[in-house]
Design a binder for this molecule. Structure first.
Ligand code: NAD
Length: 453
């Protein structure tokens, strides 16, 4: 029985025995390919701070998507509540957020969404403005904790001034991000801050459905777990996918590749010749790649006193060193302009974890690497972001002791673990043209976990 199903059985037992432990809400997830009109019929309630910039264009955009906006205030349960906080400039202004959510938060339906949209303060702005904008972060994270038990998620989107003020930038960066955050694809993301920057230039039109048509993606460690889910999800949206994994994983890799009409590339990324081999393979089969998902990773857990140097080296080598060498080779030869680099980190890389000095070091290193790449590659219109999953039900976490596993699940706002698909949807969003607003960031897909908060 899969771990996920075991978790569901446990939920049943908790319910039957009426134990005083909350049973998590079953999250609604994306089923099938993304549809252009996926938000049709959504009920959205928009609150606006005085001087808010986006409420009006947003309303027009929402109506064009077929959404019902601000209707039946006293009767409806809403799919989403959105507070336009782009007008918030003083501590006193924050009370408008209190007023909106105090009045309406109970009108969010189970599994719904709460979004706060603010404007970045800018490093040179008054300290009091910076404090006020940062306050939105604490506000949204605390809200995320209050509503998580109902499967409701809450995020803060911070717009760079140019994104907030220009219609074209809103269309290129804000609306596609909003699409993602309102949709079922973001079911396991909560308590996060999305910073939409001006680093990558606007496109004329941003597709939502079939957004990865004509794109080529390379997923390392794509034979199972999160990597396999990422390969499937990228292919679902139209990408041609190369599933890279170690030769011992041949059967699983071939199964995934066959299912999605992709290709298999079998090699160990820690081999000295691996970067050259990958570059040659791409040259032989494609004109280049657009999406690189650095997902291959291992754990070699022991406390530092008991850890062998071999264990230390193995984790650092696969998770970071080999990943950097492969990425550098592809940046020089194979990764096309306007491309996407995504690196799998972990909340252990943010908070550190007992018995994981090697793993935490490698995953923190991945965050630093993506931040540095984002700056280095902005000129080529390439984005680079890290994804930090929390507790995800895969082979890697199946090996943990039962109570550690159950603890890992319940420490999230949503009181459950995530599925590989949840991480894959985040990868797919960042990989898509609509992910252009995000670069140099770490997207946590952890259900709002207490760890690393
Ligand atoms: P997994 O063990 O199920 O899959 C990892 C894949 O990487 C395997 O197919 C493996 O064969 C491949 N791989 C390992 N070493 C390789 C090498 N040297 N060359 C090529 N391929 C190699 O792991 P997962 O749970 O799917 O995790 C995927 C990524 O997400 C990892 O980087 C992991 O650290 C990260 N992550 C996972 C979780 C979680 O809860 N599962 C949480 C945080 C971060």
């Amino acid at each position: 029985m899969s771990d996920y199903l075991q978790g569901k059985r446990l939920q049943k037992i908790i319910k039957m025995l009426r134990l005083p432990i909350p049973t998590p809400v079953l999250l609604k997830r994306q089923d099938g390919a993304i549809q252009e009109d996926e938000l049709r019929g959504y009920k959205l309630l928009i609150g606006r701070s005085r001087g808010g910039l986006i409420a009006e264009p947003l309303e027009a955009w929402g109506k064009a998507q077929g959404m019902e906006i601000n209707t039946n205030l006293n009767r409806y349960k809403y799919n989403a509540l959105l507070w336009d906080a782009t007008g918030v400039e003083t501590v006193e202004d924050l009370v408008q957020g209190y007023d909106f959510f105090h009045e309406y938060i109970r009108r969010t339906m189970k599994g719904g969404r709460i979004l706060i949209v603010g404007k970045e303060a800018g490093a040179k702005s008054a300290a009091s403005l910076q404090a006020t904008v940062q306050a939105l972060e604490g506000f949204s994270r605390a809200l995320a904790k209050e509503v998580g038990g109902k499967g409701i998620t809450c995020q803060l989107i911070l717009l760079d001034a140019s994104v907030a003020e220009k219609e074209k930038e809103l269309g290129h960066k804000f609306y596609p991000s909003l699409h993602f955050l309102l949709s079922k694809r973001s079911a396991f993301i909560s308590g996060q801050v999305f910073r939409l920057s001006k680093a990558v230039k606007p496109l004329v039109q941003v597709p939502i459905a079939g957004a990865l048509k004509d794109k080529v993606a390379l997923v390392t460690g794509g034979a199972q777990g999160i990597g396999a889910a990422a390969a499937r999800t990228l292919a679902r949206e139209g990408a041609s996918v190369i599933v890279l994994d170690i030769p011992q994983a041949v059967d699983k890799a071939a199964t995934v590749a066959k299912e999605i009409g992709g290709k298999t590339l079998l090699l160990d990324i820690t081999d000295k010749e691996a970067p050259d081999k990958v570059v040659r393979y791409i040259q032989e089969h494609f004109e280049g790649i657009d999406i690189l998902v650095n997902n291959a990773g291992i754990t070699r857990d022991r406390t530092i006193a008991k850890m062998s140097k071999e264990y230390w080296r193995q984790a650092l080598n696969v998770n970071l060193d080999a990943t950097i060498r492969l990425t550098e080779a592809l940046i020089a030869n194979g990764l096309r302009d306007r491309g996407r680099v995504i690196g799998l980190s972990s909340i252990s890389g943010i908070a550190g974890n007992f018995g994981q000095t090697n793993y935490s070091a490698s995953k923190a290193g991945m965050i630093g690497y993506m931040e540095a790449l984002a700056k280095q590659l902005a000129g080529r219109q390439i984005t680079a972001n890290a994804i930090a999953p929390g507790f995800i039900e895969t082979k890697m976490t199946a090996n943990l002791p039962f109570f550690v596993k159950e603890g890992g699940r319940r420490l999230s706002n949503l009181k459950q673990g995530g599925l590989p698909q949840d991480v894959a949807e985040g990868i797919c969003f960042l990989a898509s043209p609509g992910g252009a607003g995000m670069t140099g960031q770490t997207l946590r897909i952890c259900g709002g976990s207490m760890i690393g908060a």
